[in-house]
Design a protein around this ligand. Structure first.
Ligand SMILES: Cc1cc2nc3c(=O)[nH]c(=O)nc-3n(C[C@H](O)[C@H](O)[C@H](O)COP(=O)(O)OP(=O)(O)OC[C@H]3O[C@@H](n4cnc5c(N)ncnc54)[C@H](O)[C@@H]3O)c2cc1C
Length: 459
């Protein structure tokens, strides 16, 4: 086959790039081994946020009881499972996404793709093996690779032989288990812990390091841990699982200190493994364990005809990063110019209640980078909005300043991810702190706390 462009793997970025390239008249071949759209719509962002919305609605109903009279709530997981299956994932069916690509003019091949030298792709069609029916595609302009990640399996003795959950099974759950062990206190582990806990599951959250959300500010980690513990989650930090057994429907996890934890489900959310094995990156002189892309997402030099985007580039495993990089790669492919990649203001949000949003550098990362920093923080509960809001108004704002501009910020609170917008703009556009301090912030909003955090800046 001949094409202008081949896209191997359609995470959110690969899918959008392929649609855009095909719509612009390029002959595009898309190679996808599972579902067009990748992890986010089927096993990630969208179904998890639907589950969180439901879990938070239950808690809000309880809070309404404190604010507005008697409320009786009987949790049921059935509407959650139904919404995820029918509205989010179309029963884990990508027909709509495939049709959108085909309508744009792309050819979609269901199979596993790998590079075979520059601008050449070999595809093993789904359902075939041993080279049967292999398709070779020559790409005039080049190849975009967007293979994403899969759940990592930590080296815990006995784990491989058990029916443990990853995010994939958890997001296809049709009922909340009675007792759940979650290994991993990153964003995915914390979000799913709160989902099931709020639906009545007794959850033990096992985190190998000293705190949850290790990539965020320690103050945010402490606050989230406090909230989860108050809600009844058992949080074990500095806990290293060494072995697991499964018998009669129960998992028993043994930790390095000899402690045992049991539950009827085990969710492993302990990091992600890049899908770079078997991609043929070596055939173009690249090391799959050390992928480097330039500011236009090009790999292997500007003449190699290869663009790599998404989680595997190591600039943040987020849908917005995949889409951002796809836009840059598309403009590179079509010589359209415009801005290239800059990563000083990468935002992220964890959609627990309270939400934890962060952008740019944490205080520790800024200091490690050799910056002379000042920090300021404020307690959201102590703000006027926190006072009027009442139950659920826990949170904080923390800002990190260097050379007169914010280099990082954290917003924890109800809609902390939305509060982040203003802070992300400040970090992205390097708005002087003096300007932020002279702004008028509407009273009594949560975002007004940003002014207090800026007032609090000290060495
Ligand atoms: C539970 C969970 C919640 C999340 N929540 C959020 C969130 O709220 N916000 C956020 O920004 N991010 C979130 N993420 C992360 C987000 O899902 C990813 O960052 C996003 O999907 C971007 O990934 P990607 O573009 O690198 O590729 P992926 O989405 O991983 O997709 C890669 C695709 O490539 C295919 N593929 C791989 N290798 C080949 C091959 N050789 N041939 C053919 N096809 C191949 C795969 O089948 C897959 O479809 C979440 C993730 C999880 C697991």
């Amino acid at each position: 086959m001949d094409a202008d462009l081949v896209v191997i793997g359609t995470g959110p970025g690969g899918e959008s790039l392929a649609n855009r390239a095909a719509s612009s008249g390029l002959r595009v071949v898309v190679v996808e081994k599972h579902l067009v759209g990748g992890e986010c719509p089927y096993y990630g962002c969208i179904p998890s946020k639907m589950m969180l919305r439901a879990a938070h609605a239950l808690t809000e109903a309880h809070r309404a009881g404190q604010l507005a009279g008697t409320v009786t709530v009987e949790p049921s997981f059935a509407p959650v499972a139904q919404r995820v299956a029918e509205q989010a994932t179309d029963h884990w069916n990508d027909a709509v996404a495939v049709k959108r690509l085909e309508d744009a003019g792309a050819t979609v091949i269901r199979g596993t793709g790998r590079l075979d030298g520059a601008r050449r792709v070999l595809v093993t069609p789904a359902g075939t093996s041993g080279g049967d029916g292999e398709i070779a595609i020559d790409a005039r302009i080049g190849v975009v690779v967007n293979p994403g990640t899969r759940p990592a399996a930590p080296p815990i003795e006995g784990l491989a032989g058990t029916p443990y959950w990853t995010n994939r099974e958890a997001l296809q759950a049709t009922a909340a288990p009675a007792e759940l062990i979650v290994i991993g206190g990153g964003p995915i582990g914390c979000e799913l812990t709160q989902v099931f806990s709020r639906f009545g599951t007794r959850v033990t959250l096992v985190q190998h390091g000293p705190r949850l959300l290790a990539g965020d500010e320690p103050e945010a980690s402490a606050l989230l841990e406090r909230v989860l513990v108050e809600e009844g989650v058992r949080v074990l930090t500095d806990a290293d699982p060494t072995s697991v057994t499964y018998a009669e429907g129960r998992f028993t996890l043994t930790l390095a200190d000899g402690q045992q934890v049991s539950g009827d489900r085990l969710l492993v959310a302990a990091g992600r493994t890049p899908n770079t094995d078997g991609l043929g990156l070596e055939s173009v002189g690249l090391d799959p364990r050390d992928i480097t892309v330039d500011e236009w997402m090009r790999a292997g030099g500007d003449q190699a005809g290869l663009w790599i985007i998404g989680d595997v580039t190591g600039h943040g495993a987020f849908t917005h990063m995949s889409m951002y990089q796809a836009d840059i790669a598309f403009r590179s492919i079509t010589d359209a110019g415009g801005f290239s990649a800059a990563y000083h203001a990468v935002p992220h949000a964890t959609f627990t209640d309270p939400e934890v949003g962060g952008v740019g550098l944490t205080e520790a990362a800024a200091r490690a980078a050799g910056l002379t920093v000042r920090t300021g923080s404020t307690d959201l509960a102590a703000s006027s909005r926190g006072f009027t809001h009442g139950p659920g108004a826990v949170g904080l704002i923390k800002v990190v300043e260097a050379d007169g501009v914010l280099v990082g910020a954290t917003a924890v609170g109800p809609a902390g991810g939305e509060l982040l917008g203003l802070l992300a703009l400040a970090v992205h556009a390097r708005i002087p702190v003096e300007t932020l301090g002279s702004m008028i912030y509407a009273y009594p909003t949560f975002h007004r706390a940003i002014a207090s955090a800026i007032d609090d800046l000290h060495s």
